[in-house]
Design a protein around this ligand. Structure first.
Ligand code: NAP
Length: 469
């Protein structure tokens, strides 16, 4: 762990395993109650320092951290690949994106400002002049998931530090390595001791303490809806942002550019073995092009290279645990029992690896339709009218992102207005994200937006200063 600017261990080490083969790649320690308390205390003390820093001082630390992360790119990518089991080429992309997230946060620090309030627009405001100043919240608890352990953590830590806060970060138990490395990296780039603390241990054991503690002003969480709802219910009046799951859908109209729709649907369904919150899980394709689209997607899925995550050729490695692979295999079986057909894949290969799998006509009631698969499985379903496709996309408890492929701008915007999601992509799969865009969901997919410009607003308070002239 990393508390008050120092590495900390306990008497309870546990191995961190490479999910692909179970080999040991690191050690994680379970924080005691006292250590979590010490991390919050260190953050509370450092928050005072952070709040006093100029915007330029915060921005400079973030800019240096961006540069250091780029300098350490290969080493960090290996760490991310080892803890998550994601193919090395995807881990490199994650490092590049995480560095950019820090750069965008550094830029937002320079832009952080309040506004002048037109007080005399009310009769009672005559003679009053007012402005808002954006003040830090203080201590922010950042709880992050396993699938993008580096970039999703930077989406919280970057804007929090830019806004003048201090952070206690709890990474997923399976993926603590990059988090600890980043704490060292930030310190080497001039971040004051205590401004970023990392505590590890099961969320079920230390999560409540972080959420309940009065010194913590905000909880920013990315993970499953179950845990997100629990945090929301426990947090009381604390500020809470939740980035949760989805079962993202894309519509492929009969006039779509098929080359692009096929290539991006395959990539969007199987990257990181489908363990992406916006992974393509439900495809609705117009009846007229269904057969050609399906055949070409099957061909694309069969070309993906399955193997060790550190091999440069590998496209598909493994899920995070054998238990997760067992769950996904069970959901495939459940869908098949309910009438879905396997177009390709469908098998668990070994330990935590599942073949890239395409099913057709998955019943709307099957788990693979209505819950979040978080595995390399996509359902291709046929429709006859755009209204039908939109209704089926909206028939979900989730609403993170969705997309449509069409060359008809009227249809594209017709769908954009009617699909209920946080982000809608035209001629792109919903799995697309760049890190400066506003990103977040509706319904069970969460509350609040990330992207440094948007997160920094959630992580600062607009204080009104009013002057009677
Ligand atoms: P998870 O099981 O909800 O865990 C996320 C984090 O919460 C981990 O650090 C976990 O710690 C911690 N946690 C567990 N129980 C807790 C509790 N009672 N109180 C506080 N924290 C607790 O999710 P995951 O399996 O790591 O990640 C997959 C999920 O994240 C999917 O649903 C995915 O869609 C979602 N996700 C959403 C986004 C987005 O931006 N919308 C991005 C990526 C992922 P432990 O690891 O120690 O259990």
């Amino acid at each position: 762990m990393f508390i008050g600017g120092r590495p900390v261990t306990t008497a309870e080490p546990r191995p961190v395993e490479l999910p692909f083969d179970g080999s040991e790649v690191g050690t994680v320690y379970q924080a005691t109650k006292e250590q979590v308390d010490a991390a919050i205390a260190a953050a509370a003390a450092a928050a005072l320092l952070m709040g006093e820093m100029t915007l330029d001082e915060r921005s400079t630390i973030l800019r240096k951290s961006y540069q250091r992360l780029m300098d350490d790119r290969d080493e960090m990518a290996l760490a991310v690949s080892s803890e998550t089991g994601k193919p090395l080429k995807e881990a490199r992309l994650e490092v590049d994106r995480a560095a950019l997230t820090l750069l965008f946060s550094a830029e937002e620090a320079h832009r952080l400002h309040g506004e002048v309030v037109p007080m005399d627009a009310s009769p009672a405001g005559k003679g009053r002049w007012a402005m808002t100043v954006r003040e830090p919240l203080g201590v922010i608890a950042a709880i992050t998931p396993f699938n993008f352990p580096l970039n999703l953590a930077m989406h919280k830590i970057g804007p929090a530090l830019a806004g003048g806060n201090a952070v206690v970060h709890k990474p997923a138990s399976t993926t603590p390595i990059s988090a600890i490395r980043m704490a060292h990296l930030f310190t080497e780039c001039g971040l004051p001791a205590g401004a970023l603390n990392v505590v590890t241990g099961p969320g079920g054991a230390i999560g409540d303490q972080l959420v309940f503690d009065k010194r913590v002003a905000m909880v920013t969480f990315t993970g499953s809806p179950e845990v997100g709802l629990r945090i929301r219910n426990l947090a009381g009046l604390k500020r809470v942002t939740l980035e949760l799951g989805s079962n993202s859908a894309v519509i492929v109209e009969e006039d779509a550019n098929l080359d692009e729709a096929v290539a991006r649907s395959v990539a969007g369904s199987f990257a990181h073995s489908g363990q992406v919150c916006i992974s393509v899980q439900r495809i609705f394709v117009h009846r007229k092009i269904r057969n050609e689209f399906l055949e070409r997607c099957v061909e694309g899925a069969r070309k993906l290279a399955i193997g060790h995550p550190h091999s440069p050729q590998t496209d598909i490695s493994s899920l995070i645990t054998a238990g997760e692979a067992e769950r996904v295999a069970g959901w495939i079986q459940e869908a098949v029992d309910a009438g879905a057909r396997v177009a390709t894949g469908g098998h668990r290969l070994h330990r935590a690896t599942i073949e890239p799998t395409i099913l057709t006509e998955v019943p709307a009631t099957a788990s693979l339709s209505c819950r979040e698969a978080f595995g390399p499985v996509v359902g291709v379903n046929v429709y006859d009218s755009l209204d039908e496709a939109i209704a089926r996309v909206n028939d979900s408890e989730y609403g993170l992102q969705a997309g449509i492929y069409t060359r008809d701008i009227q249809k594209a915007f017709y769908a954009a207005r009617r699909v209920h999601v946080g982000g809608f992509l035209i001629n792109e799969v919903p799995q697309y994200r760049v890190d400066q865009m506003p990103y977040g969901g509706v319904k069970l997919s969460g509350a609040g937006r990330e992207g440094p410009k948007y997160a920094i607003e959630e992580m600062t308070e607009p204080k009104l200063v009013c002057w009677k002239v």
